[in-house]
Write a protein that binds this ligand. Sequence first.
Ligand code: CO
Length: 193
Amino acid sequence: MKTLKHLFDNNFSWANSIKERDPEYFLQLSKQQAPEYLWIGCSDSRVPANQIVDLPPGEVFVHRNIANVVVHTDLNCLSVIQYAVEILNVKHIIVCGHYGCGGIKAAMEDHRHGLIDNWLRHIKDVMRFNATLFKGLEHDEQLNLLCELNVKEQVTNICNTSILQDAWKQGRDITVHGWIYNIENGILKDLGL
Ligand code: CO
């Protein structure tokens, strides 16, 4: 049996390096989490939430799935949003897409990928809703546009959830942001939605 020892070695030295700087760090963190941000991003291994915005453990509540999709009937994602808004009292919800997203690329193709095609339907819908914007564009331009429009769509979906509608009705100050990350240069962009 392979035990992935190198990952445990990495973990041990990572934890020790933090404890050298701040011996109480993990003890303090174990008592509570009070993140200000909920991050909804893509599962892509190149888009790790905390690292991109250089925040330590405890600062970001994270939900990731293929192509950062927020579906009104996805109990997993909705539960994360509800917990973040109602229990953790996050101030900001960030939907972060990324250029060159494999999920988006797959949604633009016509051939079958298996079970995931059912998930990607949500992205195909985004393309269908915005069909006129794609006319005359090169494939890569279409891909980047769909990556951005998908973020926009998911921001709208979050705003329309009963969770956000109720929170805003109660006067809660929560902002929903649409961002996109460039895996080629590591830079984030606010889509200003
Ligand atoms: Co992706």
